[in-house]
Design a protein around this ligand. Sequence first.
Ligand SMILES: C=CC1=C(C)c2cc3[nH]c(cc4nc(cc5[nH]c(cc1n2)c(C)c5CCC(=O)O)C(CCC(=O)O)=C4C)c(C)c3C=C
Ligand SMILES: [Fe+2]
Ligand SMILES: [Fe+2]
Length: 341
Amino acid sequence: MTDHALLLVNLGSPASTRVEDVRTYLNQFLMDPYVIDLPWPLRRLLVSLILIKRPAASAHAYASIWWPEGSPLVVLSRQLESAVRPLWPHGPVAMAMRYGAPAIEDTLVELARQGVKRVTLAPLYPQFADSTTTTAEQEVRRALAARDLKLQVQVLDPFYGQPEYLDALAASARPYLEQGFDHLLMSYHGLPERHLHKTDPSGSHCLKGADCCQKAEGAVLERCYRAQCYRTSEGFAARAGLRPEQWSVSFQSRLGRAKWIEPYTESRLDELAAQGVKKLLVMCPAFVADCIETLEEIGDRGREQFIAAGGDELVLVPCLNTHPQWVSALASLAGKASRLL
Ligand SMILES: C=CC1=C(C)c2cc3[nH]c(cc4nc(cc5[nH]c(cc1n2)c(C)c5CCC(=O)O)C(CCC(=O)O)=C4C)c(C)c3C=C
Ligand SMILES: [Fe+2]
Ligand SMILES: [Fe+2]
């Protein structure tokens, strides 16, 4: 069978580091109701306010990490697409971005033109969030309806606790752990607390008590981003043989004034330096590919902050990118999701 495609989807980047391109990208991204989940008039107002200053600041940050071939996130996602291709004998492998290019709609049209009948959608986010997983799937469904494409779609669920993913994460981080360190911080992308309350199926779980998310199970765990981040961290720590005091979890990239999930990475960097941590390793397991959030926010600004607070060295552990064990894990997880393996 060669008519079953694998479609990898990640978040997307601006077309270039020009302020205008960054504004266009941020507008598309932040006007997504799964990202800024306010009624349209309020969302429009808030995003317009954000778009006054943010595009110039973000353009500056993107320029500091941009590669000659383009945005690291896009370049690495293309490399992943090429690396997975030989491991997917069922049909074409394609990569699309939720915002910017290559667009999901154009990619699906092209797959249909090639004779594809079934698509396994792999949103490249280990942990579930409406602002990533749900919006990627909804955009696929919207595009299929808009272009009247008769493709059957299967979706790879968030793989935060899948042994293949955790084993790959452990293998990719091993050389960095072996160099020695005082503490490992697992810094995940943050979310407004409101998003967790909205997706909590029990209506009474999330953020009730200090270890509420650590204890989540069943349907609650399946919809709690924060709980899934802790599961990934525990699975990783067990594989890496880390003792509880050697690692901790934090959440980065807060935007706006609303309360986001804690602890914040910025606060943890100061606390760890104050506690005498000299060599800090930072991993970012919410991202499977390095991007502005890992390279600039942690690798540049985070490092500066940690050293200013008294630390000696911050080592950023690269994301999974195209690590061979991750490439096989992805092919295997997607194959199982499609019931092809
Ligand atoms: C990994 C999961 C991600 C979640 C959850 C997420 C939620 C989320 N993000 C913003 C705002 C921004 N995110 C930005 C960049 C960005 N975010 C993710 C992933 C998640 N976001 C990635 C992979 C990237 C990198 C893109 C790249 O080109 O490298 C940005 C843009 C950069 C900047 O200006 O800082 C914004 C803005 C919100 C509001 C949100 C949840 C509501
Ligand atoms: Fe983000
Ligand atoms: Fe929770």
